[in-house]
Design a protein around this ligand. Structure first.
Ligand code: SAM
Length: 250
């Protein structure tokens, strides 16, 4: 049998392909792509000539079965998405899950992913984070989702689209406390890469002042919820206990 390779592609800077990805592209029998035209253009840039076929969300289950059949029969296939890492808010989960169940070999390559680029660059805590992908597109569901996340003590990471960014920031301004820092990481790895940091309300002002900041591809990150600090110091009981203990000390 062959191998299914999961191969990340650049998220904006064509130099962000790995040597290993290019080697895999040259060795496989075919490449499964979200958008064949887009991927053919990319491959042309790297001088790779391999058959490309379509693999996207609408036909994922049926195509997964066919693709696995090919791998079992000895072909190796690389799965790519339009940009970044397959399966991360992109097709491929049904396929990889089925491969694991059927003991079909899967090799996942490291590479570009907007989530990790934004998280590493944003300046928010990275020890613990929660990736939420895209928020629901319907306003009521989006608000409900944000409300369910308001007390999450981890950095929250969302993918967002330019035509929804203001609405999402407005919902965040209503739902999150005023001090909660939000980072808008935009056009990562590209010419106009920008990180904007501030409260949701401050970011709304910045985006209204400069509509260019509403354009392009974006990741939105929110600082972890912190339980309000108890600033009152030790209570009277604690002080009294401490006094008694101190008197007992030699
Ligand atoms: N699988 C991809 C990855 O690994 O990042 C993500 C695919 S998802 C369909 C596309 C979303 O990823 C965009 O709407 C945006 O939120 C985010 N994204 C992709 N490229 C980006 C970039 N260069 N800068 C900021 N966000 C990006």
């Amino acid at each position: 049998p062959g191998t299914l390779y999961i191969v990340p592609t650049p998220i904006g800077n064509l130099s962000d392909i790995t040597e290993r990805a290019l080697t895999v592209f040259k060795e496989v029998d075919a490449i499964a792509a979200e958008d064949t035209r887009h991927t053919r253009k990319l491959l042309e840039h790297y001088g790779v000539q391999v058959p490309v076929f379509a693999f996207h969300d609408h036909n994922e289950k049926a195509k997964a079965e066919q693709l696995i059949e090919r791998v079992i029969n000895g072909e190796s296939i690389a799965l790519v998405s339009d940009a970044g890492t397959p399966l991360i808010s992109d097709p491929g989960y049904a396929l990889v899950s089925l491969c694991r169940k059927q003991n079909v070999k899967v090799t996942s390559l490291p590479g570009a992913c907007a989530l990790t680029v934004a998280l590493s660059g944003a300046g928010l805590p990275t020890d613990s984070f929660q990736f939420e992908g895209f928020l629901p597109s319907k306003p009521a569901q989006r608000r409900a989702k944000l409300e369910s996340l308001v007390n999450t003590p981890r950095t929250l990471v969302f993918y967002e689209s330019p035509h929804r960014i203001l609405h999402t920031l407005e919902a965040m301004a209503d739902i999150f406390e005023d001090e909660r820092q939000v980072v808008l990481a935009r056009e990562l790895t590209k010419q106009f890469e920008t990180y904007l940091t501030g409260s949701a309300g401050e970011l709304i002002t910045r985006l209204n002042e400069d509509p260019n900041q509403q354009r392009g591809e974006m990741v939105l990150l929110v600082e972890p919820f912190q339980a309000p600090k108890d600033t009152s110091g030790p209570g009277e009981d604690a002080k009294r206990t401490l006094q008694i203990l101190l008197e007992e000390l030699p």
